[in-house]
Design a protein. Structure first.
Length: 329
């Protein structure tokens, strides 16, 4: 029995890491502990051109013997989540809010490790200083995102209301920096690389988005409960590889930044700035679980989800705990 072959549709682009244009079938893929003679090929989804989701590009060089990785690139975290729960890919490195949305909708999605914290920013034109300076101004935000939650909570902590004290403009992530530079908005709350692109063009950080109960929670590694049940050994191997990748990124940020530039052709200065706003991680500790719980609560309040989410079920700490116990970290 073979590990599933990835189905790549729409905007997803299949990249074969370490395999010379081979598909899982042509590589002779077999599940861990299976009867096949070939390697186990694991498909992992991530986002295009995002330094905080770069870890999968390191997996192949860090993989245990008998395991090979294929990286599948997508445009959005919900696309990755949908590919995971539909069985088109095995794992996803993507936004935790997408996993929360999937769980709220009854989909089979489980976060088995953290991946990166941070990667968000509240950025404005020169002269703005502090979230209070946004009063009466036009502020861009991506509706339904974790950055919307961070903006609203940051304003709330300052005694401000996002809907009455600001003029909010819903914009795609990719439009934020350009809209600010063109003067169409005064500030924005968004994810990298928007903040670093704007900062390189002369914008300023208005306020930290991380001083809320949600904290820096952003990116996770997730799969399905079905795969966890059917092949926990494989899941452990993937988590162990993920741990090594995130720790390598944290230990050498310049090599990480250089890798992103080489892979995607992004401006070096922008990437160098962005990695200073991202904290690679893999641990799922009590603080992390509490922050995810706060994220779930806020998503429900904003009606971004319609359904209950059990954080203890969404976050499976079994594999990161085994990694810690085994000394692989």
């Amino acid at each position: 029995m073979r590990l599933r072959s990835p189905l790549v549709t729409g905007s997803a682009v299949l990249l074969v890491a370490g395999l010379a244009a081979c598909s899982p079938d042509s590589a002779g893929a077999a599940p861990a502990g299976g009867d096949g003679d070939g390697p186990t090929v694991v498909t992992v989804g991530t986002l295009k051109g995002q330094p905080h989701l770069y870890a999968p590009f390191l997996y192949e060089d860090l993989a245990p013997e008998g395991v090979e990785f294929e990286v599948v690139q997508f445009d959005t975290s919900p696309d990755i989540k949908n590919a995971v729960v539909s069985g088109n890919i095995d794992f996803g490195v993507a936004g935790v809010p997408s996993a929360v949305s999937g769980a709220a909708a009854g989909q089979d999605v489980v976060v088995v490790a953290a991946a990166a914290d941070g990667g968000s920013g509240i950025i404005g034109r020169e002269g703005l200083d502090g979230v209070e300076s946004l009063a009466g101004l036009t502020v861009g935000y991506p509706q339904g995102s974790s950055q919307e939650i961070l903006l609203r909570l940051t304003l709330e902590a300052a005694g401000m209301d996002a809907d009455s004290d600001l003029e909010l403009v819903n914009l795609p992530f990719s439009d934020m920096a350009g809209a600010l530079a063109a003067g169409r908005i005064d500030a924005f709350a968004s994810a990298e690389l928007g903040p670093s692109t704007a900062l390189q063009a002369g914008a300023v950080e208005v306020a930290s988005p991380y001083d809320t109960p949600v904290g820096r929670v952003n990116i996770g590694l997730y799969t399905t409960g079905e795969l966890i049940e059917s092949d926990p050994e494989l899941v452990q191997q993937v988590v162990d590889t993920h741990v090594r990748a995130t720790e390598q990124m944290a230990a050498d940020p310049q090599a990480w930044a250089d890798g992103v530039v080489a892979e995607f052709g992004i401006d070096q200065a922008v990437v160098d700035t962005a990695v200073q706003n991202i904290w690679p991680r893999w641990e799922i500790d009590d603080e992390y679980a509490a922050q995810v719980g706060a994220l779930v609560e806020q998503m429900a309040l904003l009606k971004q989800i319609d359904g209950d989410v059990d954080v203890a079920t969404l976050l499976d700490t079994t594999f990161v705990e085994a990694t810690e116990a085994g000394g692989d970290s």
